[in-house]
Design a binder for this molecule. Structure first.
Ligand code: SF4
Ligand code: SF4
Length: 476
């Protein structure tokens, strides 16, 4: 490999990270990001502690991933392993949602709601609180390792570690009863897997949020490449109105106004950028569209008496039209177009279908397997008996009584091994396995392969479930 300058010296494959010291900024988008940060982190940390009555056999936890019994509980919704299609549906919705938001608003996920962005914002907040704003942090970075620098660094890293610990701790609480697990963690009685998961998540949060920040977005995350392919000229994205700002130059309010555009080259937009880029260079892969440069530039425009929006959410098509002096529609109108409407319709359709099936789903499950060998037994009185393995699933948080019955071309009697009568009790949120025998009376002899329906009925609610099977008799 040779340098583009024509030198034969090989280019280094590694370049050390240039640290970025984003300056504090105030404005509408910054406030919006603080709100999103508070809401998303609040949901993440608080959710495992919300209580929900789940009966005597399960933790009273509203959101619980029960790996032991392979169930997922979300408030009143309970997902069993055979209902994995709900997870598939959620993934499809997430994919369609990404298409929808990216085609309408570009990398809005990256800029506002991605965990890497949210935690990095929190880490920068701590950093600024301890070490000061941009200039103070730059000075501290270049300063020798004095007692003050060590003290500030230790304070910052300690707080970062505590945030990482809370992040890892909150994650494991989703998989067990949170109060019990918290007590076990403190007393050293929790499972080693819990400690390992917390250690890994603490370390990754600490390193990604503290030291790798923009590098995670630029080098490790695939979304920038994928999302760039989903955008089109009518996607709203953070852009610099070069036709208005150029030629840029340092000039005071009203002075040299004819010689320069609106950009006074103050570098405020670059100083606040968490990715360390200059939006005036055009669209860049590194830009996460966090819109902080909009806040910074709007503040400058206000102070020099120019209209806001030199940097703004604008489509590339409108940017070109504006440069030609043409009228453009308001930005929000670009969000509503055939492509976004199509994505929204698909997204809402999948969501509604999932909701409908969720509210209409059975709380009782039934599976029936006919014995393979022997297929039937002829009893001493000439009647014919068939055996079945039956599983009844009770998807309620309380025990339920279920009655088993059968419908065949000719009358059959129902007998459950080890049970008096035709009714069994199934504990809450569990499956009971049974041996079922159907016996055909000799007077109504059934020959060969006969269709049979096996029914289970909730004695209290009358909810019923039917499974088709067969009843085998001797050839006629
Ligand atoms: S250029 Fe602006 S929108 Fe893009 S990452 Fe930097 S501050 Fe955020
Ligand atoms: S903040 Fe606005 S005026 Fe200042 S350099 Fe950036 S684009 Fe120009």
């Amino acid at each position: 490999m040779t340098s583009s300058a024509g030198s034969d010296a090989p280019q280094p494959l590694y370049a050390p990270r240039e640290p970025i010291f984003p300056r504090r900024v105030r404005g509408w988008f910054r406030n919006l990001k603080w709100w999103i940060l508070a809401v998303t982190l609040g949901i993440y940390y608080v959710t495992p502690w919300i209580r929900w009555d789940r009966g005597p056999n399960l933790p009273d936890q509203a959101v619980l991933v029960d790996l032991a019994s392979r169930r997922f509980f979300f408030f009143w919704i309970e997902i069993w392993p055979q209902e994995f299609y709900y997870v598939a549906g959620l993934l499809i919705m997430a994919g369609l949602g990404l298409f929808l938001f990216t085609s309408a608003l570009g990398r809005v996920w990256c800029g506002y709601a991605c965990p890497q962005t949210v935690w990095t914002d929190l880490f920068i907040l701590v950093e600024r609180w301890i070490e000061g704003d941009r200039n103070a942090r730059v000075r501290l970075f270049h300063a020798p390792w004095t007692g003050r620098k060590i003290r500030l660094r230790l304070a910052k890293w300690t707080l970062w570690l505590l945030i990482g610990l809370a992040t890892g701790g909150a994650w494991v609480f989703y998989f067990a009863d949170a109060p019990t697990l918290a007590r076990d963690l403190v007393t050293g009685q929790a499972h080693p897997v819990a400690y390992s998961a917390i250690a890994i998540l603490t370390a990754t949060t600490f390193v990604f949020g503290g030291f790798m920040r923009e590098q995670v977005c630029i080098y490790m995350c695939p979304w920038p490449r994928i999302q760039a392919a989903m955008m089109d000229p009518y996607t709203l994205t953070v852009s610099y109105r070069a036709h208005r700002g150029e030629p840029r130059g340092k000039h005071l309010k009203g002075r040299d106004a004819q010689r320069f555009g609106d950009c006074i080259d103050c570098n405020a937009c670059v100083a606040v950028c968490p990715m360390g880029i200059d939006i005036r260079d055009g669209q860049q892969l590194e830009c996460i569209t966090c819109a902080l440069c909009i806040d910074a530039c709007d503040d400058v425009m206000q102070r020099i008496g120019k209209p806001r929006g030199l940097i703004d959410y604008v489509t590339l098509a409108d940017l070109e039209a504006e440069a030609r002096g043409e009228e453009t529609p308001p930005a929000w109108r670009r969000v509503i177009r055939p492509r976004t409407l199509l994505y929204f319709t698909l997204w809402a359709g999948v969501g509604l279908a999932m909701l409908a099936t969720l509210f209409m789903r059975d709380t009782v499950g039934l599976t029936v397997a006919h014995d393979r060998n022997p297929l039937y037994v002829t009893l001493s009185d000439g009647s014919v008996r068939n055996g079945y393995s039956v599983k009844i699933a009770n998807r309620n948080g309380e025990p339920r009584d279920y009655r088993l019955s059968a419908r065949a071309p000719q009358p059959v009697t129902v007998q459950i091994a080890g049970v008096e009568g035709d009714t069994v009790t199934v504990p809450p949120d569990s499956i009971r396995e049974l041996r079922l025998f159907l016996t055909g009376h000799p007077v109504f002899a059934m020959h060969g392969d006969n269709p049979v329906e096996i029914w289970v009925e909730d004695v209290r609610t009358r909810e019923r479930k039917r499974v088709a099977n067969f009843f085998m008799g001797p050839e006629g």
